[in-house]
Design a protein around this ligand. Structure first.
Ligand SMILES: Cc1cc2nc3c(=O)[nH]c(=O)nc-3n(C[C@H](O)[C@H](O)[C@H](O)COP(=O)(O)OP(=O)(O)OC[C@H]3O[C@@H](n4cnc5c(N)ncnc54)[C@H](O)[C@@H]3O)c2cc1C
Length: 336
């Protein structure tokens, strides 16, 4: 067995990587602070955030308000924008010096990049793309829930020997915590030793994509193969009730709708207040993306469709007759 960077006995605390963009914490960083706080309370340990950037005082304050006991801040002009080399070096050194037991990162493009690189450097395991996190009752080990492996499998993965126990978690899985007006935690600044030759890449130009974000949608009208490519009535209902339109992978693969609207294991995990799901069978790969919805209304012509097991309201009928009458009723309600 490859020796770990530090031993189990030396490890303590739960850490969250606080990914930021232009000095603002990413949503998943807040979600992980929320879940991290619950786990830290359960394990009776401390919750720390690790924040890298160039001017991140305000973000550190938000992390404290979100429940961190400590925010470790590393500021340097070369950390303003994420680069694999600089972030791996700085976070890696902080981890080896301070030895967390658990280290959680968002499964964003940067979080995934950093986590894989760090896990190799720290000689530890990484549970990637978790859709759930628990602590094992008998041992206190982190249990990462991962769906997939090509079909219908839910795996619970743990890392018994090596430290830190690392996991990336998909955005939208956990609810962001309430921010407290009276934070109790502390900010700890660490010196950054970085020289130019350690960073092999230079960011020449950045293009920020301010597009659709299904993970933040409060209402979603989603369609699948049952739409037969006609998303017209779904779009109409969505526009009326202020919802975003989502879709199954089948609908995306058929070219009926943009990929950024795909919900599910290989799409987005959403947590809307309301999801109206039309012509969708309810495969696990899809339902993982709506299981945190507060209310699911499912419309399907097959009364045995598995989606009905997940639904709060069930409509067994052709979506092309249900949606027009729903739209009519919403309009009637609106006009008083
Ligand atoms: C590794 C892997 C990852 C995957 N990731 C995803 C993912 O992220 N997201 C995802 O969605 N899928 C994903 N899939 C695919 C997933 O397994 C299912 O195949 C897919 O979700 C099915 O899509 P669907 O419900 O649109 O189609 P179908 O399963 O074909 O269901 C269509 C439904 O429409 C109903 N219907 C038909 N006509 C009407 C009508 N007129 N009115 C009402 N109902 C009607 C039918 O009764 C049926 O239940 C993944 C698969 C794999 C192997």
């Amino acid at each position: 067995m490859i020796p770990p960077s530090y031993t189990k006995a030396e490890a303590s605390g739960i850490w969250v990587f606080l990914e930021q963009e232009s000095g603002r914490l990413e949503g998943v960083a807040l979600e992980l602070l929320g879940r991290g706080r619950q786990l830290a309370n359960e394990a009776e340990t401390l919750l720390s955030g690790v924040l890298l950037g160039s001017d991140v005082e305000a973000a550190a304050q938000v992390a404290l308000a979100a429940g961190a006991d400590r925010v470790i801040v590393a500021e340097h002009p070369a950390l303003a924008v994420y680069t694999t080399d600089a972030y791996t070096k700085v976070v890696g050194e902080i981890v080896v010096e301070r030895r967390p037991d658990i280290f959680l990162l968002g499964a964003t493009p940067n979080g995934r990049d950093l986590a894989g690189r760090l896990a190799v450097r720290l000689r530890t395991g990484l549970t990637a793309d978790c859709t759930g996190l628990e602590l094992e009752a008998e041992t206190g080990l982190l249990l990462g829930r991962v769906t997939g492996f090509g079909g219908g499998v839910v795996a619970i993965i743990k890392c018994p020997e090596h430290r830190p126990q690392m996991a990336t978690v998909r955005p939208g899985i956990f609810a962001p915590p309430e921010l407290t007006a009276k934070p109790w935690g502390l900010i700890e600044r660490v010196p950054v030793r970085l020289s130019r030759h350690e960073i092999r890449t230079e960011v020449v130009e950045r293009a920020l994509h301010e597009g659709l974000d299904l993970t933040k949608a409060e209402r979603i009208v989603a369609g699948g193969r049952g739409t037969h490519g006609d998303f017209g009535p779904l779009r109409e209902l969505a526009a009326l009730i202020g919802a975003e339109v989502g879709a199954t992978r089948v609908a995306v693969d058929e070219g009926w709708i943009e990929r950024e609207r795909q919900i599910g294991q290989t799409g987005y995990v959403t947590r809307p207040k309301l999801a109206v799901v039309c012509g969708v069978s309810g495969a696990m790969h899809f339902t993982v993306g709506v299981e945190a919805a507060e209310c699911v209304v499912a419309i399907n012509s097959d009364e045995e469709a598995p989606i009905f097991e997940q639904a709060d309201y069930v409509i067994v009928d052709d979506l092309f007759s249900v949606l027009p009458s729903l739209i009519k009723q919403v309009r009637a309600l609106e006009s008083g």
